[in-house]
Design a protein around this ligand. Structure first.
Ligand code: UD1
Length: 347
């Protein structure tokens, strides 16, 4: 069985990817410091797949600890690196935290790979590297714009670190996946997004408002140059996104890559506005989401959606889940969290 190291494997995208990897027959070793996730996620993964992944509670900043884990779990063939901080606003306030967490972790792993004879590396990047693109849908060849936040910059610099490392060490092979906006949860509702405190992202705020945890959603601006004035994003099912990692992994392990560094947009190709998301969420789930229009959020991009053709044609991956089903899964997950909250109040 092929063994894969997944950093950040108890996180939102990480946990869904571990499920898909295990379903595809990979053995998974997770490293996570649980800074933005819960160890109970492992139970969710086990109940979906019937397999409990190996788990190491470790910070990727800990080079010596990483070295030990890689020695202990001999035979790891590839790394999928999710572990990173991702709150845009927080990154503006704590830039050094973001640069350290996101870049030192990456450098530690890249440095350890040749020492442990690991060749393959999948990196979680983001459409944030494009800034506001001049042309839409945006393709992988679009120029990068100056990042609007330290978080965004860590993704741009992260990609450059990988590029330079590969130039110097031709044994390393990497696929960089630029995610658009992952949303939703596993259809079993056994795993999903677990935001810490007040959610920054749209969907957890929508679901928490619908369940009554928040009074109303603030829609950040309706005066953008878009049909209804609210921002447009490419919302992609987290399960579809997770599956892209499995396809990328198989491509690398079967030596099918065209070069040592390949970059793919992982999106649906469809842009939806904030107001369209709210409307569709209400319709498919039969719930109300009270909202008000407020000022624009600083640093927000007006509109961005993917040209996913390269991923479709070269990687052989395509987003399949409808936005309706994805928004249903997000609601199912929130309802399950609500049951758990009630249960813990009773105990
Ligand atoms: C951003 C980054 C993404 C990053 C992610 C991590 C871009 C284009 N995207 O996503 O790379 O991985 O943060 O958190 O830079 N909104 C509201 N009310 C809310 C919350 C959000 O109206 O309470 C709106 C936002 O203005 C935006 C949309 O919903 O238009 C999506 O916001 P969010 O879920 O935070 O994701 P991005 O900002 O697109």
């Amino acid at each position: 069985m092929k063994k894969i190291l997944v950093t950040g494997g108890t996180g939102y995208i990480g946990s869904h990817t571990v499920v898909e990897l295990q379903n595809a027959g990979f053995e998974v070793v997770i490293i996570d410091n649980l800074s933005n996730s819960n160890v109970e996620v492992l139970n969710g993964i086990a109940s979906i797949t019937g397999v409990r992944p190996i788990f190491e509670n470790l910070d990727c900043l800990d080079y010596v600890g990483l070295d030990k884990v890689l020695t202990q779990h001999e035979g790891i063939q590839a790394i999928i690196h999710f572990a990173a901080s991702k709150a845009v606003g927080e990154s503006v306030e704590k830039p050094l935290l973001y640069y350290r967490n996101n870049l030192v972790s990456l450098m530690n792993l890249l440095q350890l790979m040749p020492l442990h004879k690991i060749r393959h590396f999948v990196f979680s990047s983001s459409c944030t590297v494009y800034g506001q693109p001049d042309e839409l849908p945006v393709s992988e060849s679009a120029p990068m714009k100056p990042a609007l936040s330290p978080y965004g910059n860590t993704k741009q610099v992260g990609e450059e670190i990988i590029r330079d490392t590969i130039r110097a060490n031709s044994l390393i092979n990497s696929i960089v996946l630029r995610y658009f906006n992952p949303i939703g949860a596993h259809p079993s509702a056994m795993i999903g997004e677990l935001p810490n405190g007040v959610p920054n992202n749209l969907i957890p705020f929508v679901t928490q408002t619908a369940i009554g945890l928040r009074k109303q959603l603030s829609v950040y601006g309706d005066d953008y140059n878009t049909p209804d004035g609210s921002c447009i994003r490419d919302y992609i099912s987290v399960v579809d996104l997770a599956k892209a990692h499995v396809v990328a992994m198989e491509r690398m392990l079967h030596q099918k890559c065209d070069s040592n560094l390949e970059v793919f947009n992982i999106g649906t190709g469809n842009g939806l506005s904030v107001l369209e998301i709210v409307k569709t969420f209400q319709e498919v789930n039969g719930v109300t989401v009270p909202y008000k229009i407020v000022n624009r959020r600083e640093g927000d991009i007006e509109k961005v959606w993917a040209n996913p053709e390269k991923a479709n044609n070269v990687l052989g991956w395509k987003a399949e889940e409808s936005i309706e089903d994805t928004l249903r899964s997000a609601w199912l997950w929130e309802k399950r969290l609500e049951e758990k909250r009630k249960e813990s109040l009773r105990n």
